[in-house]
Design a protein around this ligand. Structure first.
Ligand SMILES: C[S@@+](CC[C@H](N)C(=O)[O-])C[C@H]1O[C@@H](n2cnc3c(N)ncnc32)[C@H](O)[C@@H]1O
Length: 257
């Protein structure tokens, strides 16, 4: 489910807590509680920082949007979004430890709210109560979560999923007729990736990746960085789309929001 993001903290002698953590997996809330306790609240963003994601967020999410950040962890992403003008970000995470740490850290930032919650059951929130849901490497594989995200988004709202999971893994989860998403895919190299290509002109990162009718990368499509990260921008359509998924590479042409 997760890639090689790693994290801050840890190192040195293996403590009792570390040993306990090693026997758990990423799907276990206790794993995350122990990890955040060890890290002592140090900020850490998995995979990508807001600076790299900003072009996508700014393109698809207007600053007054009501944003839900799922599996927020100790990332600086939400803080950076507030510094960039976003005014309403609800952050949730299954770890009560990290939520308490973040709540204390941002007590003076009214634009940021934190709640302990499992993404598979967000019944605390009313239907259509968000304009945008952002998931940066939270456990999206849970189909219950995608169901919940769809319920929480207003029609026309955006689900932005940032992950290392390629379309062969992610599209089957997202591509369900009942959600009626219009999906556009972008690819960004992992931080620090050095391109060796010098001759061909650089493509804009905002140029969507073409998808086949089945929602897969076209045969022969070559990623410049084989360990790229993917950004799935899923728009909740107003009307039911029927059983045929619709992939569009011109989401913005609809006049977002
Ligand atoms: C890989 S970290 C990503 C953190 C942050 N989004 C980032 O980009 O740095 C995954 C986060 O998802 C949280 N998480 C795991 N399972 C969850 C669940 N079922 N509901 C809510 N959060 C969950 C973990 O506690 C952890 O903070």
């Amino acid at each position: 489910m997760y890639g090689t993001g790693g994290g801050g903290g840890g190192g040195g002698e293996v403590s009792g807590r570390s040993r306990e953590k090693q026997s758990l997996n990423y799907g276990d809330p206790l794993y995350w509680d122990l990890r955040y306790m060890e890290e002592g609240g140090a900020a850490f963003d998995w995979y990508q920082r807001y600076s790299a994601l900003r072009p996508f967020v700014r393109k698809f999410v207007p600053t007054p949007a009501r944003v839900l950040m799922v599996g927020c962890g100790s990332a600086l992403m939400s803080e950076d979004m507030v510094k960039d003008g976003y005014v309403d970000i609800m952050n949730i995470d299954i770890s009560s430890i990290v939520i308490e740490m973040m709540r204390t850290k941002y007590a003076h930032v009214p634009q940021l709210k934190y709640m302990q919650m499992d993404v598979r059951d967000m019944s605390f929130f009313r239907d259509e109560s968000f304009d945008c849901v952002i998931d940066k490497d939270a456990p999206v594989c849970a189909s219950q979560m995608v169901e919940e995200v769809s319920r929480l988004l207003r029609p026309g709202g955006i689900f932005m999923l940032i992950t290392y999971g390629d379309p062969s893994v992610r599209i089957p989860h997202l591509n369900q007729a009942r959600y009626g998403w219009k999906i556009v895919l972008f690819v960004i190299p992992r931080p620090g990736f050095q391109s060796t290509e010098v001759s061909c002109p650089k493509k804009s990162i905002l140029e969507p990746v073409p998808l086949t009718e089945k929602g897969q990368l076209p045969a022969g499509y070559v990623l410049e960085d084989p360990d790229s990260h993917y950004i799935y921008v899923c728009k909740k359509m107003h009307e039911f789309m029927g059983t045929n998924p619709v992939y569009r590479n011109q989401l913005e042409a609809d006049g977002e929001q």
